[in-house]
Structures are given as C-alpha cells and as structure tokens.
Ligand binder design. Structure first.
Ligand code: SF4
Length: 327
C-alpha cells in the first residue's frame, strides 16, 4: 500500500550554546530518520525526554524544517511552509498537543473554536456549520450544553476532547498526537485513548502517536518506533516489540510495562542519566547505559538493519552482527 506519509533520512540540527560565553555547537535532534505511515495505521513513537520524538512529529507536519532529507505526503514532496499549498495540506494533517488549555483560545467558546477550521478551510456552507459543530461535539463525547462554555470551564479531559474535535473538523487523513494524554488523570487517559481509536476507525485516520508511556502506546499502536538520541533504534509491529523486544533500550522500556494475564516480569532499570542531545556519546549512543556494551559499541555506531521477523534494529550485539559491523 502506498504510504500516506513518508520521511526519508530526516535530519534536524539545533545550534546550542554551551555556557554563557561558549560558541553555539550543532546538536542533531533528529539524526537520519526514515519511516512511513500507511492510511489508517497508527505508528507509536516512544523514547525518553530528549530523544527527538516531538521534533520529529513537527517535521512530519512541516511545522519544523528539515536540515536534510524530506517528507512526502501521498507521494508528493511537502510544500514550502506558509504557502497556500502547505495550508491546504495542513487541513489534512493535524496536531494534538499535550496541553489542551494552551491549544485552545481562552477567550472563545468551544463552539466558536470548533467552527473556526470549518470557516478557515471553507469546508462547509455557513448554514450547515452549527450542525457540524454539534456533530463534532457528539463524536468526542461533549454535551450540547458545553458548546457555550469557555476552556477554563471544562475539565482537562473535556478540553482535550474539544482539541481533538477541532483537529478532526477538517476531516484529516493524519493526526500527529504528541503526548496527548500525559497531562491527564490516569482514569481519563484510557477514555481519551479509546476515543481516539474509535475516531480513527470511524474516519479512517492514520495516527502518529508520540509518547514516553509505553502502556499507552501498547493500547493504540499498530507499529512502534523506539527513539534514542535522535535515531530510531528499533522498529516493529506493536505485537513483536512488546512480545520480544530486541534492542537493550527497548527491553528496558518494555520491562516496565505490566502484561495483561502474565506474571510480573523482572524490571530492567535503566542505568545512568537520560540522554543529553548536546553531549552525544561516541559509537552507539546508548553504550554508557547498556549492560551488553562492548569495545565495538564505544567505537562504532550500529546501523539500523532489517531482521527476519520484520523488525529493524540498530545494535551490534543483539542482532549477532558484531563481526560484520567491525569489518
Ligand atoms: Fe548496547 Fe552495543 Fe547494542 Fe548499543 S550496540 S545497544 S551499546 S549492545
């Protein structure tokens, strides 16, 4: 199936000053990522803070420019940001942020904010607008009387429902959800995730679901890409990742997720500090925290390569490919 969206060798470099008088030095927040998402599919992107997953999400939408590489949507290169072609395309690709209060305008009622994208993208005749707003509110489980409320009059979960209603107003083909439930109570998180899944099926929307929380990703993703310091270190179907993680970093992340119906497994505690993109270790960036690290790992960065079971992994040791990589 043709990918809905395809990223090829994406690189994003920030220039970060070290100390008050230091010269800015380049930091590769996203460092050579290629991925695809097919129509209706959900790709989970997981990793700790600083792994570059939010930057990658913004690059997929064309909100953040690529320094190298490109993004293609339905086979066509992403138009230049700010052009009318880009604005038209943006109606098909929407972003759901972590903080719904920041995403909504505090001065406008929920109904007004849901009507905005319909008006901006001229999606519906004026006389049908309020019916469409009611339909959107119903789709995300908001009550009709909440149409006239302001964001601060709703709960966190209701606000995120409003943000999602606005995101689907333009009938997008792709939703990029960046930590969409991490600011919500655990009891509300499951409701929002289930709602996203229902909406996705109902409207055939593809999703890129970015989260540091593997429990949430497990419930929503068809495939999972695990990021560490700007690179994908393992990618596979959700089933394969959670059943038999291969990369030592993925294993540590997955070991923290309880498996329904299975006894508690031994948890692998990640050693050392979370990654600092401005201070990338040599060779495999994970080697200072990796229990399997060898001399080769400190010297040479492993390449992401396919394994027989359909996954791709970047590791010298767990793929049994250390001799080849040393060559
Ligand atoms: Fe660990 Fe080496 Fe594999 Fe990196 S390449 S994850 S350091 S075993």
């Amino acid at each position: 199936m043709m990918p809905l969206i395809e990223a090829r060798d994406l690189v994003r470099i920030y220039h970060v000053r070290r100390g008050l008088f230091g010269h800015p030095s380049p930091v590769r927040a996203v460092d050579g990522i290629s991925l695809t998402v097919t129509p209706g599919e959900t790709l989970g992107i997981v990793g700790e803070s600083g792994s570059g997953k939010s930057t990658l999400g913004r690059m997929l939408l064309g909100i953040d420019d690529a320094d190298e590489g490109e993004v293609r949507f339905e086979g066509r290169a992403m138009p230049v940001r700010g052009t009318s072609d880009w604005r038209k395309l943006r109606a098909k690709m929407q972003l759901v942020y972590q903080d719904p209060l920041a995403a909504l305008d505090r001065r406008l009622t929920i109904a007004t904010q849901l009507a905005e994208p319909l008006e901006i993208h001229r999606l519906i005749p004026n006389e049908h607008r309020s019916a469409r707003v009611s339909e959107l509110m119903n789709a995300v489980g908001l009550r009709p009387d909440q149409a006239t409320r302001f964001p601060h009059e709703l709960s966190g979960g209701q606000r995120q429902r409003a943000v999602i209603a606005r995101a689907i107003a333009s009938r997008p083909k792709l939703l990029v959800c960046d930590e969409p439930v991490s600011a919500l109570d655990v009891s509300i998180q499951a409701q929002i995730v289930n709602m996203l899944r229902d909406l996705q099926q109902q409207y055939s929307i593809a999703m890129v679901f970015i989260s540091h929380d593997l429990k949430v990703v497990r419930n929503v993703a068809d495939r999972v890409a695990v990021m560490y310091l700007g690179r994908v270190v393992e990618e596979a179907s959700s089933d394969v990742i959670f059943r038999s993680p291969m990369h030592p970093y993925t294993r540590a992340l997955v070991s923290s997720v309880p498996r329904p119906g299975s006894p508690l497994q031994a948890r692998t505690i990640l050693q050392g500090e979370p990654p600092n993109p401005a201070d990338r270790p040599s060779g495999c960036a994970f080697h200072p925290r990796c229990p399997l690290a060898q001399d080769l790992c400190r010297a040479t960065a492993p390449v992401l390569r396919p394994i027989d079971d359909g996954r791709t992994v970047a590791c010298h040791v767990t793929t049994g490919n250390d001799a080849q990589k040393a060559a």
